[in-house]
Design a protein around this ligand. Structure first.
Ligand code: SF4
Length: 329
């Protein structure tokens, strides 16, 4: 099988990621909460069902204001990307929404795909750059094959919270790009979860890899750095110059120790989370360690986004403060 659309962007950077995704098909907390909003928005578009959450209403408002004249709107339908030469299914997926817009007879039909995402995913750096979002590129190619008279295509990623939506749109693609997407999917290596472990290619993209707690390439280097024991330090009330240097050396060692300890804790916690998901809470000395559901945090635009949108009046200046730390050279 080919890498599924949601892992395709990572699969292009690291062959280990789709292999792990096939072996450990876990659902993220982002996905489980996102699914309820996706379902409510889909029901509202499909049948006019009432929305209950502010996030759902914000998504619908964005859709109505951005595409008031859409036609042939389809929600949550599983589609296949097929090889035009053989008719074989290359990969399947379920775009949240797709429709066509007839901007003018001169331009012709444009097919649009929309994906609803949690804004927390964007703020946590879990999403690829919009024009490199292969999940949406593939969804667009699938929808385009359903609307073959369309001459242009565009996809939109709308990140929602209960206070705002943050929409991003891809460039407008021409039909030649559709063939390019199909060729890329055809060229992608097959994923066989029973095959030997593929090479891991680590990089910044590991930050958005949901399989990293199963990835020894990612975890082992952290596990190799064992925290060093800290020697006791006596600090006089007023430091002499040589004592200040010694205290700073101790502080640097303490920072490295804490960093190594934190990395090890992350590994152990990831293993425990995985265990709890499968087997339930663990009890130790009368205390339980397990999963708990917390109310969602409110989130909103960053200061940069407010500035980019000219909303300077919403930005508050904080009081100046003094911090101490390592100074840049
Ligand atoms: S954590 Fe990084 S190296 Fe490991 S599978 Fe994911 S992307 Fe690849």
């Amino acid at each position: 099988m080919k890498p599924r659309p949601s892992i395709f962007s990572l699969a292009k950077l690291c062959p280990r990621a789709p292999w792990l995704a096939a072996r450990y098909p876990e659902q993220t907390t982002y996905a489980s909460e996102g699914l309820s909003v996706d379902a409510a928005v889909s029901a509202a578009i499909r049948s006019g069902a009432a929305t209950t959450r502010e996030a759902e209403r914000l998504c619908l408002d964005w859709l109505e204001q951005t595409f008031p004249t859409r036609v042939s709107t389809t929600v949550q339908r599983t589609l296949a990307l097929t090889d035009p030469e053989t008719g074989a299914t290359l990969v399947a997926g379920t775009p949240d929404l797709f429709f066509q817009v007839d901007a003018s007879p001169l331009i012709g039909l444009t097919v649009h795909v929309v994906d609803w995402k949690k804004n927390e995913q964007r703020l946590a750096g879990k999403l690829p750059p919009i024009d490199d979002d292969w999940q949406l590129k593939i969804y667009l190619a699938m929808a385009w094959q359903e609307c073959p008279v369309a001459v242009r295509g565009q996809y939109h990623r709308v990140c929602w919270s209960d206070s705002c939506v943050f929409p991003e749109s891809s460039q407008v693609y021409q039909q030649v790009d559709l063939w390019g997407t199909i060729d890329t999917v055809k060229a992608a290596p097959e994923v066989d979860p029973e095959a030997p472990k593929p090479t891991a290619c680590k990089g910044e993209h590991c930050g958005r890899c949901y399989q990293r707690h199963h990835c020894d390439a990612y975890l082992l280097p952290a596990g190799e750095s064992t925290p060093a024991a800290l020697v006791p330090l006596t600090i006089p009330a007023m430091l002499a110059p040589e004592e200040a240097t010694g205290a700073l050396a101790w502080l640097a060692k303490a920072e490295a120790t804490l960093k190594a300890g934190k990395a090890l804790m992350e590994i152990v916690e990831a293993a425990l989370r995985s265990y709890v998901d499968r087997c339930g809470a663990i009890t130790l000395d009368g205390r339980s360690w397990g999963a708990k559901t917390n109310p969602g945090r409110r989130s909103g635009p960053t200061v940069k986004e407010l500035e980019d949108n000219g909303l300077y009046h919403l930005i508050r200046d904080g009081k100046p403060s003094t911090t101490y730390g390592w100074l840049k050279k």
